[in-house]
Design a binder for this molecule. Structure first.
Ligand SMILES: Nc1nc2c([nH]c(=O)n2[C@H]2C[C@H](O)[C@@H](COP(=O)(O)OP(=O)(O)OP(=O)(O)O)O2)c(=O)[nH]1
Length: 224
C-alpha cells in the first residue's frame, strides 16, 4: 500500500437530503471542478473557524438553495478518501436530512435533481458511492471507512470504453461491529470519473460517528 501513504488530510463535507415518504434522494450534477460531470451530494471544503456541521449546512445552501434545521441534520458517517500517489487524504464528513426548508435551485456549480432510490445513477457517480450510499439510504448508518482510489489510464475514461481491469486485492479488517472489507469492481465504469476504486474498508459503527479518522486509520473518539 506504499502508493497510498498519506501525510496530511483536508476536511470536506457531503450532504444527502432524503424524501423518506417518496423514497427519493436529492443529488446534484457537478458542472465544474473536482468530480465534474458526476452526480453527488452537496458539499465541499470546511472553512477556517467552521465546524464540519456548519460547513455542510453552508454548502447545502450555496449549492442547492435549501436549509435544514439543526435537529434534523444528522451525521451519517466519515469517509477517508485516499488517492494513489497523493499524500493528502480527503476526510469527508457525511450528513443526511429527511427534512429541508426553502426552494431547491440550480447554481453555477450544481444542478439538483431528485432520484428514486431504485434509480440512483451509480454509473455516473464516484465508484465508491455504490458501496456506502445504499447503507445511508437504508438507514444502515453511521458508518466510517477508508476508500482507496486510483487514477484511471486516460484511454479508460474515454466515451465508448466499456471495461477496465482494476486491482481486486482484499483489504485487512478494521475492528468495531460489522466490518465490510472490500474488493473493488472488476469493471470500471467509463462515466464514473477519472478515478477507479481500488479497495475499501467500511464499518457499520455501533459506537456512533467518529470525530475524525487519524492518518493511520484509527478512531480516537466517537460523537455519541
Ligand atoms: N460521493 C463522493 N463524494 C466525494 C468523493 N470524493 C470526494 O472528494 N467527494 C466529495 C467530497 C466533497 O463534497 C466534494 C469535493 O469537494 P471540493 O473541495 O472539490 O468541493 P468544491 O469543488 O465544491 O469546492 P468548494 O465548494 O469547497 O469550493 O466531493 C467520493 O468518492 N464520493
Amino acid at each position: 500500500m506504499e502508493s497510498f501513504t498519506i501525510t496530511s488530510k483536508k476536511v470536506l463535507t457531503l450532504v444527502l437530503v432524503i424524501d423518506k415518504a417518496k423514497q427519493m434522494v436529492l443529488l446534484g450534477y457537478k458542472k465544474r471542478g473536482f468530480g465534474a460531470h458526476l452526480w453527488n451530494g452537496f458539499g465541499g471544503k470546511v472553512e477556517p473557524g467552521e465546524t464540519t456541521r456548519e460547513g455542510a449546512l453552508r454548502e447545502l445552501e450555496e449549492e442547492a438553495g435549501i436549509t435544514v434545521k439543526s435537529e434534523d441534520f444528522k451525521k451519517a458517517g466519515i469517509l477517508l478518501f485516499q488517492f494513489e500517489n497523493d499524500p493528502v487524504a480527503l476526510e469527508t464528513h457525511v450528513y443526511k436530512s429527511y427534512e429541508f426548508q426553502g426552494q431547491i435551485r440550480e447554481c453555477e456549480e450544481m444542478r439538483p435533481q431528485w432520484f428514486a432510490f431504485a434509480n440512483v445513477p451509480y454509473d455516473q457517480m464516484w465508484e465508491d458511492d455504490q458501496i456506502w450510499l445504499p447503507m445511508l439510504l437504508n438507514g444502515q448508518d453511521p458508518f466510517y471507512g477508508r476508500i482507496y482510489l486510483k487514477r484511471k489510464p486516460v484511454e479508460d475514461i474515454q466515451e465508448g470504453e466499456t471495461t477496465a481491469a482494476v486491482n481486486t486485492s482484499t483489504s485487512t479488517h478494521v475492528n468495531h461491529s460489522t466490518t465490510m472489507t472490500g474488493t473493488s469492481f472488476t469493471t470500471a465504469q467509463p462515466k464514473s470519473g477519472p478515478f477507479a476504486m481500488w479497495d475499501y474498508q467500511l464499518v457499520h459503527s455501533l459506537q456512533g460517528v467518529p470525530h475524525e479518522i487519524a492518518l493511520d486509520g484509527t478512531i480516537a473518539s466517537f460523537e455519541n
